[in-house]
Design a protein around this ligand. Structure first.
Ligand code: PLP
Length: 434
């Protein structure tokens, strides 16, 4: 476990998060349940924005990647620490707006935004729209005319940096569905098209992948991006004022991953910001407004999911399955990309974990697992199981597969537990059926 003051084993041998014993939480809240450590999110937001300010001054913004975990309360929380946010759909945009989040601190991404979404972004007054397709330039120009607005855009480019991560979440390779490749010349052509339009090209954006622990991947991205800024200055006399480097910092899921403390993340921010300063000085380009978009590292380790063990299936000489009351409808990451997790016996944390289990969900898919071949003490039906580091890309990826309801989300702080998203009800499931 990557323990901390707000995620530890208590004197009863139970898992404790945010000062609350999970066995107590389970007495009042139904499982499956997403539990988020509010203190952790606050600390990391604070450290991220303070560190960027210290190293880079006021010309920077930490823009939380909402896709990692989106609900009204997270926008309220991050705004206390002066973070911006990036959104990728009208749904995320509306959630932010309805939480009172400042629209001009939103960045709207997406590789296939609809006209409706773009119009909503424009009329809402988002800070920047990130262009990710040639036709989007024409569509957005037309919208700018329709509403008589000056629209600030960033262009998503692909610097060709390969980050070490699972290939499904590697997004900056030349064959990626995202971004205009710098090396192929597509980025230069797109830049020319934008500057020939009525849109305001503020800068460029890249995102080199996710779950990255190697700082050198980010530093290389800074090199390549600033090199391209220099080329644009030389060839087109363009001095771009914004550089958005995306997100991607890795988190601990199991012991194959590094254990980063909040200070380690601060070091990442420092190194990236220093590198930008160094590169712009070397290349004699304008110091850009620097945007970083971490998602997973803000909420991932803050979250755990709590389940009750259901039926246990023993297949002689082959496998022992624990079926839980959740599954791929609330955490599809194993089914999507064989994601690894740490699973713990939440009410028996000090017992020796000497029995191998696979954790199966309740959906009608053989691939509906949460973890395979993990070690736990002997588990009995009805006991509590917790899966760690589920704060990112779990609730936000949940579905109603098999007409299961999406679980609720609680925030925990100083031992107090409160719903920030109520669990879906059976009525919610039937609401849109004719
Ligand atoms: N920004 C963009 C454009 C992304 O596509 C992503 C994730 O896919 C992020 C930020 C957040 O990345 P992470 O959650 O790994 O920090």
């Amino acid at each position: 476990m990557n323990t901390r003051e707000t995620l530890k084993i208590n004197e009863k041998g139970h898992l404790e998060i945010g000062g609350a014993d999970v066995t107590k939480i389970a007495e009042s809240f139904p499982t499956p349940l997403y539990i988020m450590d509010e203190d952790y999110i606050e600390k990391i937001c604070n450290v991220y924005s303070q560190t960027l300010k210290e190293v880079y001054g006021d010309d920077g913004l930490i823009s939380y990647a909402s896709k990692a975990f989106c609900c009204k309360e997270i926008y309220r929380l991050i705004s206390k620490f002066n973070l911006g946010a990036d959104v990728v759909s009208s749904g995320e945009l509306l959630t932010a707006k309805s939480a009172g989040f400042a629209a001009d601190k939103l960045i709207f991404h997406g590789n296939n935004k609809s006209r409706r979404e773009l119009e909503l972004a424009v009329t809402s007054g988002v800070g920047y729209i990130v262009i990710d397709a040639i036709s989007e330039i024409d569509l957005l120009s037309e919208i700018a005319n329709k509403f008589g607005k000056k629209i600030k855009v960033l262009l998503r480019v692909n610097p060709g940096v390969e980050a070490h991560t699972h290939h499904y979440i590697q997004t900056a390779k030349v064959d990626s569905k995202f971004g205009f490749s710098i090396s192929s010349g597509a980025a230069l052509s797109a830049v020319k098209k934008v500057i020939g339009s009525n849109l305001i090209l503020s800068g460029l954006h890249c995102h080199i992948g996710s779950q990255i622990f190697e700082i050198k991947s980010f530093l290389l991205a800074v090199e390549k991006m600033t090199e391209f800024y220099k080329e644009l200055k030389e060839k087109l006399s363009l001095d771009l004022s914004v550089l958005d480097l995306g997100g991607g910092f890795g988190i601990w899921y199991n012991d194959e991953d590094k254990k980063f403390s909040i200070n380690d993340y601060a070091e990442f921010i420092k190194s990236i910001a220093e590198k930008v300063k160094e590169c712009v000085a070397d290349k004699k380009i304008k110091k850009p407004y620097l945007i970083l978009e971490p998602g997973r590292s803000i909420v991932g380790e803050a979250g755990i999911t709590l389940y009750h063990a259901g039926f246990i299936k023993h297949i002689d000489g082959i496998k022992d399955y624990i079926a839980i009351d959740g599954g791929m409808f609330e955490n599809p990451r194993f089914a999507l990309y064989s994601a690894k997790y740490t699973v713990v016996a939440a009410e028996n944390m000090n017992a020796i974990a000497n029995k191998k289990y696979s954790i199966a969900g309740k959906c009608c898919e053989s691939g509906d697992l949460i973890a395979e071949d993990v070690y736990l003490p002997e588990i009995k039906e009805g006991e509590l199981i917790a899966v760690l580091s589920t704060g990112a890309y779990n609730y936000s990826m949940a579905s109603n597969y098999n007409r299961n309801t999406v679980p609720g989300v609680v925030f925990v702080k100083g031992g107090n537990v409160r719903y920030v998203v109520k669990p879906q009800t059976d009525e919610d499931l039937l609401r849109n059926d004719i």
